[in-house]
Design a protein. Structure first.
Length: 246
């Protein structure tokens, strides 16, 4: 039985963010990393504001026979889409809590200020965000160079798509879904993630030491190990269900 993981990127960053993990995947793991509409290979599209419309656009990539892995905004979107798509075998939220804003992390006023700055100068604000999310990494400057090597110096999405993503960051709330999940959900956090509040880090099922918001840059091998372990747990559960079926 093969294990399939679907990797979903976060705000302002397309699927290339997952490339550092490539050397570490076991041979029996199948990796898919579809871009969100408006990003990367789908830059000609626009990220929908309505979740139902986004679900229609992602339906082919977000299949129920896989484990979904959503990072940051990608995790919030993946969790929100569980209300519109068949549930996967498992959902793993990486660097994502029930909501982006929190009293002990990034507050609503801070996000609102960021959105105003984005309205004035999207390009400069995107670059600021790249550095902001790397503050908790053990070597932020090295991580920043790696990130720019992957992405280039310009956003891989249009201004409209980025603005819509910031709107999703401001309003998405997975609290109710996490209370009554339609599938097993696990949360993985870097111990030094500056964008997650302390309560969200403490609530995570697994913690990555020596990592911040971007473990795919600072701890790729360790991140792969955690994701594979969680995916194989899902495989064991699925195999048991098949064997017990009449």
């Amino acid at each position: 039985m093969t294990t399939t993981l679907v990797l979903l990127s976060g705000w302002g960053i397309d699927a290339r963010i997952w490339q550092p993990l490539a050397p570490h995947w076991p041979d029996d793991v199948v990796i898919r990393s579809p871009d969100w509409p408006g990003y990367g290979e789908r830059r000609g599209e626009t990220l929908p504001r309505r979740l139902a419309a986004l679900a229609d656009r992602m339906r082919d990539g977000l299949t129920e026979d896989a484990v979904w892995v959503g990072w940051s905004l990608g995790g919030l979107l993946a969790g929100a889409l569980l209300a519109h798509l068949p549930a996967p075998r498992r959902l793993v939220l990486v660097a994502a809590g029930p909501r982006f804003c929190s009293v002990d992390g990034v507050g609503p006023a801070e996000l609102a200020s960021f959105r105003r700055a984005f309205d004035r100068d999207p390009h400069a604000t995107w670059h600021h965000f790249l550095r902001w999310q790397l503050q908790g990494e053990p070597a932020p400057r090295v991580a920043h160079r790696r990130l720019l090597d992957l992405l280039g110096s310009r956003p891989g999405a249009s201004r409209q798509t980025l603005a819509t993503g910031l709107e999703h960051l401001a309003r998405l709330d997975l609290g109710e879904m996490l209370a009554t999940p339609p599938c097993p959900i696990h949360r993985l956090a870097g111990e030094n993630d500056r964008l997650l509040g302390a309560s969200a880090r403490q609530a995570a099922d697994r913690t990555l030491p020596g990592s911040g918001h971007c473990p795919m840059l600072s701890r790729p091998e360790a991140l792969v190990q955690h994701l594979v372990e969680l995916a194989r747990e899902a495989d064991v559960g699925r195999r048991g269900q098949l064997e017990s079926a009449p």
